[in-house]
Structure formats: C-alpha cells, structure tokens
Design a binder for this molecule. Structure first.
Ligand SMILES: Cc1cc2nc3c(=O)[nH]c(=O)nc-3n(C[C@H](O)[C@H](O)[C@H](O)COP(=O)(O)O)c2cc1C
Length: 402
C-alpha cells in the first residue's frame, strides 16, 4: 500500500551539477511503484543523458527534441495533464525564474504552465546565485503561489566550499513526496500516538536494564499511519533511527519518562498504539557513580514500574480519549491467555500478540506472525507477514473502530 504506487510523477531535471543525483531519485520513485516521466532541459542533457533515466524508469525520458518532433503537440497534454505531481530536482535559478514568470520556452516549463497538479522544486546552485535578490524574489513569489520548495541545504557545494545551495538529499525529497501525497488519505485529521522501543532502566550512569526490541514494528506502524494521512506523535527510546517524515518525535529513555510523555499528550490522540516494550521493573535506586568491581556482587533491588496502559485507561474513563487503544503482547508461552488477560485488565480495544520463541520470532527485523485479539472476544490469527503489511492490517482494524 505504498503511497507512491501507480502515482504519475513528472520528474523535471535541469542544468545543474546536481543533475546526476536525479538518476538515483528516479530509480527510487520507480522502486516505490510510481510511473515516472522524466523531462530533461537542453542544459540538463549536458550533465546526464535521457538514456540513463529511460533505463532506470522503464519509460521514455523526454527532451526538447520531442517537443519539436512529430508528436510534440501531444506531449505536454499526455505527460502533464494526468500527473499527480511535478518534481523538479535539481531546479536551476534559470528554471525558477521561468516558472515564476510563466515562460514556457522548453518542454519542462511548458508542462509546468499547463499542468494542474502541485509542483515541488528542489533548488540547487552556488551561494552567489542563491543569495541573488532576483532569485530570492522569484522563490518567494513561487512559494506564495503554492509551489513547494525543498531546500537548498547548507552543505558541501561542488567546488569544495560549504554554504547554502546544496540540493536536498534525494532520500529526503522522496520522504517528503510520500508525506505530501498522503495528506488527503482516509486517516486525514486523525491523531495517533505510537510508542516505540525498549525502555532503559538505569542501574548507574552507564548501565541499564533493557530488552531486545528493535522498534521496527512501531516505526512501520507510524509510517503506515502517516501514509494513510494520519498525524503521528512518535514516543520513542530509539535515537539512531530515521523518523517518518512529518511525524512529531518525543525521545524518552525510561518507563517513567514514557508514561509522562504519553499522559501529557494522550488527551489529543484519537488512537494510542503502545508498541513499545516497556520494562515491568527497574532498579529501586540509581547509583550516582559507576558501580566499581569489588569483592562482592552488587545487590540491585528492583521495584515495579507504573503501568502506562492502566494509567491511560483511568484517564479515558474521564475524557473519552483516546478513542481506540491498542496494546502489544510479546509472549514466550500461553500467548493467547496472557494477551487476553492484558486486553481485559487494561481495557484495550485490541491487542496484537506474538510468540517471541517461535522461529519467526518477534525481533526479526522485517517479518512477524501475529494474532489480534479484540475487546468482545474475537480472535484473528495471521500468517507470517512483513511488518509494514501487519501495520496496514492493524490500521484497517482500527479504522473500523473509529
Ligand atoms: C558546470 C556548470 C554547473 C552549473 N550548475 C548550476 C547549478 O547548480 N544551479 C544553477 O542554477 N545553475 C547552474 N549552472 C548554470 C545553468 O546550467 C544555466 O543557467 C542554464 O541556462 C540552466 O538551464 P535550464 O534551467 O534550462 O536547465 C551551471 C552551469 C555549468 C556550466
């Protein structure tokens, strides 16, 4: 259910040294299932060939020769008319000026002036061009007219200087495109809180108790919810991972911090998905200094952490929010009984259970085998599936309950 699947994207490529990056971008759009029509300006062809794009997209890449060719009168209509989105990456100062003034003296700018879909541009140029007042005024006017500008970034430019002008990374343009195209989907206007990762319960300043959670399932849920149009708050213990574009992120470490973060925001959430592995216990006292190795083993006394879902269930009895609460149960035995007990005691709407000791165990990075239990007693087992696909199923079941 990739947002980009079957989308018609026109990728405009202009005469910037960053044109080579457009090849990787075209390829990743194609891998996400988009139909990519590339249009190169005459000056883009000095940097990269249509053949590169044709090979990567499996479709004809257009140039100005096509505009003046046998079917020139049809191309702007054929390519531009049905496009869902036009992305110009890289976009030169020259093409920005043309777009702003409605100049349509090449195929790309002609398509832009006739198409009715949104236009995204990723400017790339050296700092002197970027600082130019005419360029700045052109950009401002384009933005005011609804053209979305991505970057440029502060970074290494082609001639070795570090300054503003570098084209936004194509992975980021792709993430933004995914977000942009998802905003009108069926979860539009719905707010989700998704908790992710294993909590860290500190023993001393550098040691802590944690678990094997990778956070993969939670991140896939967050991404899938965004792809369906939701606004997502991700409360996560994982710092190294890239967050889905457009999600609000709250970093936490301990169960207590996660509880506070959830309780602070849950009254604005339509849906709470507790995909985090929250520790049930923690050291009673955190040593101020690193525990030194001595003759005797340290005696680490434990205490229970607060149960986040029980605290949410108490709030819900007063405010009605969240409308739907979903828990996870990673069990090593009696999976259904334990999950059912958790579903009822925490008054959840759904619980997603999995057995962590099976071969396709829960901490496999990409796949899982889950069973969903619903308030009311229904139990729905699933085959081994990719974690993104599981997320889509979970979200569809949530939608039925919103
Ligand atoms: C080697 C080289 C690199 C260039 N890089 C850029 C660039 O990054 N950004 C830009 O705005 N112009 C750049 N230019 C200038 C444009 O190619 C020039 O303005 C051209 O007319 C743009 O045409 P187009 O917008 O139709 O592709 C570069 C020119 C050369 C010769």
């Amino acid at each position: 259910m990739d947002v980009l699947r079957k989308k018609r994207i026109v990728l405009g490529v202009t005469g910037s040294i960053a044109a080579y990056k457009a090849a990787a971008f075209a390829s990743s759009l194609k891998q996400h299932g988009a139909n990519v029509d590339v249009i190169l300006t005459k000056n883009a062809e000095r940097f990269i060939t249509p053949l590169t794009f044709q090979t990567l997209t499996g479709r004809k890449a257009f140039t100005d020769a096509d505009l003046w060719g046998e079917f020139g009168h049809e191309i702007p209509i054929e390519v531009g008319h049905d496009a869902d989105l036009i992305i110009i990456a890289p976009c030169t100062s020259n093409t920005i000026a043309k777009l702003n003034h409605g100049i349509s003296d090449n195929l790309l700018t002609l398509v832009c002036t006739t198409a009715s879909c949104p236009i995204l541009i990723a400017p790339a140029m050296d700092i002197a061009m970027y600082d130019n007042k005419v360029l700045q005024s052109n950009l401002r006017e384009l933005v005011n007219r609804g053209v979305k500008t991505l970057g440029p970034l502060d970074g290494q430019l082609s001639y070795g200087v570090s300054a503003v002008g570098r084209m936004m990374e194509t992975t980021e343009i792709l993430n933004f495109t995914r977000y942009f195209l998802s905003r009108d989907k069926k979860l539009k206007g719905k707010k989700f809180i998704v908790t992710v990762g294993g909590t860290k319960e500190y023993i001393d300043p550098i040691r802590f108790i944690t678990n094997r959670s990778t956070g993969q399932q939670g991140y896939e849920i967050a991404q899938a919810a965004m792809d369906m149009g939701a606004d997502v708050i991700l409360i996560t213990t994982i710092e190294a991972r890239k967050v889905p574009y457009g999600a609000e992120v709250i970093h936490v470490n301990t169960a207590e911090e996660m509880k506070q973060a959830v309780l602070n925001r849950v009254n604005e959430a339509d849906v709470l998905i507790m995909a985090a592995d929250v520790s049930d216990f923690r050291p009673k006292n955190i040593h101020k200094h690193k525990i030194k190795k001595g003759k005797d083993l340290p005696n680490i006394e434990l205490e229970f952490t607060d149960d986040i879902l029980s605290a949410v269930s108490e709030l819900k009895s007063k405010s009605d929010y969240p409308l739907v609460t979903v828990g996870f149960a990673a069990e090593s035995r009696n999976m259904l009984d334990n999950a059912n007990q958790k579903l009822n005691s925490k008054r959840l709407d759904m619980i997603v259970a999995n057995n962590i000791l099976t071969e396709d165990e829960a901490y496999d990075p990409d796949f899982n085998r889950v069973t969903i239990l619903y308030a009311g007693g229904e139990v729905e087992p699933f085959d081994l599936m990719g974690k993104y696909d599981i997320s889509v199923v979970i979200l569809e079941r949530i939608i039925q309950r919103l």
